[in-house]
Design a protein around this ligand. Structure first.
Ligand code: SF4
Length: 350
């Protein structure tokens, strides 16, 4: 009779963790957790490469009715500091990205009640017509459009796909536990709605990422609740292509507090890799952790270095200012012992 693998060896051997076993992962020492997550990474992504995408984040508006307590970026409707991106400014940003060899745009914005639906369609069309991919509109934005324009979620997504949308970013998930959402973002969609939008996107043929912003009011148990919700939906739809956990940055936010340290980031990254056995890719967050911890994260289950982020405004608003060029990303990946490869937003190698 075969020997049953130990708890830590089970995910590496392809066995699925239940909630009780996942809870006990927190008891493992840091390096054991990292080693086991790395084994799962190698089972799912055996090639010795680390991917990244050349893109920029474009925020089309900072006006937002949600008022999330962790956000330093938004402005209330009517604020003199509010903006809406126009076609000319967008064209400049797209030209700049193309000059840098970019393949796509990560398009996100606040929940702005002054925008007509045609504005979103025109944005997507302009980016698509310029030859770039559109990775756009996180689930709270799509849920907001559905409510505001009284359209079913599937129809919002279908119209955006018609305009040229190619994939959806997994933002706005924060922690998919409504106790936490009620405290940090009470006016944003709840976890069931977030998952409903993702299910509709997957059923419409779009690939999406999923994120988790942690290190604020949530417990470790609620982080696991988040991971299991993602895993359960993925079992049904197979539409999540990557998972991106990152730590809350408290600077200039109403929530405030201290940022979570690198050790807890690495532990949570590794636990994510071990629980999410059905999500192909796991991304480091150099924007919040800096380049050195990002290199270490490649030994804790991650196989993707994220994006060059020619432009990033949301984390920058909290005062965290890490910036990396394409050359620096390649050097960091090589120094960590991997081959850097450029991909697009759908993780196709370029
Ligand atoms: S996180 Fe997004 S939804 Fe929340 S306040 Fe900021 S811009 Fe608005």
């Amino acid at each position: 009779m075969g020997k049953t693998p130990s708890l830590e060896a089970r995910p590496a051997a392809g066995a699925r963790l239940g909630m009780k076993e996942a809870r006990s992962l927190w008891d493992l020492d840091l390096l054991t957790l990292g080693r086991e997550a790395d084994l799962v990474r190698r089972r799912l992504n055996p090639e010795n490469r680390v991917t990244y995408v050349v893109d920029r984040n474009i925020n089309y508006t900072n006006t937002c009715i949600s008022g999330c307590r962790f956000c330093a970026y938004y402005r209330e409707p009517g604020s003199t500091e509010g903006f809406i991106l126009d076609k000319r400014e967008l064209a400049q940003k797209l030209d700049e990205l193309k000059d840098h060899g970019g393949s796509g745009v990560l398009l996100q914005g606040g929940l702005n009640p002054d925008l007509p639906f045609a504005y979103y369609e025109d944005l997507v069309r302009q980016i698509k017509d310029s030859g770039l991919g559109v990775h756009g509109f996180s689930p709270p934005e799509i849920a907001f459009m559905s409510q505001r324009f009284e359209l079913p979620i599937k129809e919002v997504i279908a119209r955006l796909i018609d305009a040229g949308l190619s994939s959806i970013p997994g933002g706005g998930a924060e922690i998919l536990a409504d106790r936490v959402r009620g405290q940090i973002s009470p006016r944003k969609c709840d976890s069931a709605r977030w998952l409903e939008v993702m299910a509709a996107a997957h059923e419409s043929g779009l690939k999406t990422s999923a994120t988790m912003m942690f290190g604020h009011l949530e417990t470790r148990a609620e982080r696991l609740e988040h991971l299991f919700k993602i895993r359960d939906l993925q079992d049904r739809t197979r539409g999540f292509i990557s998972f991106i956990p990152w730590t809350f940055q408290p600077g200039s936010t109403a929530l405030g507090g201290e940022p979570l340290g690198a050790v807890e980031y690495l532990r949570t990254l590794a636990v994510s890799r071990l629980v999410l056995d059905n999500v192909p890719h796991l991304q480091v967050s150099w924007v919040t952790q800096g380049p050195k911890i990002a290199q270490v994260a490649l030994k804790f289950g991650a196989d993707d270095f994220g994006s060059t982020m020619l432009e990033e405004n949301v984390v920058a608003a909290t005062g965290v200012g890490f910036r990396l060029t394409r050359e620096e990303i390649e050097a960091l990946v090589q120094q960590a012992g991997y081959e850097p490869r450029v991909r697009d937003h759908r993780y196709q190698l370029l």
